[in-house]
Design a protein around this ligand. Structure first.
Ligand code: SAH
Length: 383
């Protein structure tokens, strides 16, 4: 491995906002126990004039028993139940529609949030695991031209509880045996739905804490099962490395050279390929977690042999200690996109050249494509 650590996070030069500032005075999503740590939950109950010790019971219903019907919370005094639920478990979102594929093992849900904003989440069950793909923003401000979400712009950041609730909803469906394969649990969460998770940093960190906190304070998941996917907000990647939570980082690179990446991932005009890959390498170094490089294969755009070689060289320049692997994503169709997926032969050649440089490479499956639930297809409209 290279022994030249980066001094500090480099700062960029253009004006794309790194953090989305909510307009002042805008109504916030309802406060929910999943927004708060155990002490905060207790304090919120007390603010409402309710007994703080009930927070633990409510957390158990929400995170451990996955109960959503107050009638089933029989350990709460009947006279207080409605007030307790109102204070810590307000309704956050309503499912408008669920589409299924792969014999019911892939399920995309369209959610309406309290202010009418629409988001989608996707549950994918495999023989050995179940992955929940969650949205972290309503829309997305990163404007990648090949991604359906990027075309609609950003509406707003989601709250921690709104993100957590998508996982809990998936956990309920699995626990209740609603997904073929018998009762099960969510083993993996990927921040690969709508939005740029690192542009909603605080809420995403809160979500990761709720997912990994031991039951019943949280869902008790392993951080290793969680993947944060980013366009490459470089200072936030450094910050994430310092959080001390070993989640997997996925970097949406899509091109090894600045000229092409400026076009495919506009934030690249602010953080160059070199700065971005260095931040990813630092993440691997600090957390000892292998970074995943996402690369959507677009015919005749980024899938040439010379780009595979260059990608291999760029990644290898940080050493061959297994810090990185490449995950090629066959481009999924989006409305109005001028790009198409690569020829399978070109894809195979791309894999061969990367592997020849010692970079482990996999090709992502295209689960959910026929229900517009695959990577880059989430657009959340009601029709
Ligand atoms: N904002 C985050 C999460 C986005 S979705 C990010 O950019 O990483 C997860 C992955 O799907 C990203 O790598 C994204 O670039 C990719 N993607 C977007 N549109 C796609 C498409 N049409 N086909 C295949 N992958 C796509």
């Amino acid at each position: 491995m290279s022994e030249t650590p980066p001094a500090t996070a480099p700062s960029g030069a253009t004006t794309l906002p790194l953090v989305f500032e909510e307009p002042r005075g805008r109504k916030k999503p309802p406060r929910h126990l999943a927004d708060l740590d155990p002490a905060g939950r207790k304090a919120l109950l007390e603010e409402h004039g309710l007994p703080g010790f009930r927070a633990k019971q409510l957390s158990t219903h929400y995170f451990a028993r996955l109960v959503d019907d107050p009638e089933q919370m029989t350990d709460l005094p009947a006279a207080q139940r409605a007030d307790l639920v109102q204070a810590l478990l307000p309704e956050l979102m309503t499912p408008l529609r669920t589409l299924e594929a792969d014999k019911g093992t892939t399920r995309k849900t369209l959610w309406k949030l309290f202010d009418g904003a629409l988001v989608e989440s996707v549950l994918m069950r495999y023989p050995d695991r179940a992955t929940m793909c969650v949205s972290s923003q309503a829309g997305c401000g990163m404007a990648c031209p090949f991604c359906a979400t990027g075309q609609g712009g950003l509406q707003r950041n989601m709250s921690t509880a709104e993100i957590v609730e998508q996982v809990v909803a998936g956990a309920r469906a699995l626990a209740r045996g609603e997904v073929p394969g018998g009762p099960g649990r969510v083993s993996n969460v990927v921040f690969m739905g709508m939005g740029e998770p690192l542009a909603n940093y605080k809420a995403v960190i809160g979500t990761i804490r709720r997912l990994t906190d031991p039951s019943p304070d949280g869902l008790g998941m392993s951080a290793r099962g969680i993947t944060v996917s980013t366009v490459g907000l470089v200072p936030r990647i450094y910050q994430l490395a310092d959080e001390g939570i070993p989640v997997t980082l996925a970097l949406s690179l899509h091109a090894p050279d600045d000229e092409l990446r400026n076009e495919l991932v506009p934030i690249n005009t602010r953080f160059s390929v070199a700065e971005t890959v260095e931040a990813a390498w630092n993440y691997a170094r600090t957390t000892k977690r292998r970074v995943s490089i996402e690369y959507a294969m677009m015919r005749g755009i980024n899938d040439q042999g010379h780009r595979a070689d260059l990608l291999g060289d760029v990644l290898r320049s940080y050493g061959d200690w297994g810090w990185v692997h490449v995950n090629l994503i066959p481009l999924n169709p989006t409305p109005g996109s001028k790009w198409t997926a690569s020829d399978p032969a070109d894809e195979r050649e791309f894999v061969r050249r990367l592997e020849a440089k010692g970079i482990p490479t996999t090709v992502r499956d295209t689960r959910g494509r026929e229900i517009d639930g695959a990577c880059g297809q989430l657009a959340a409209t009601e029709d």
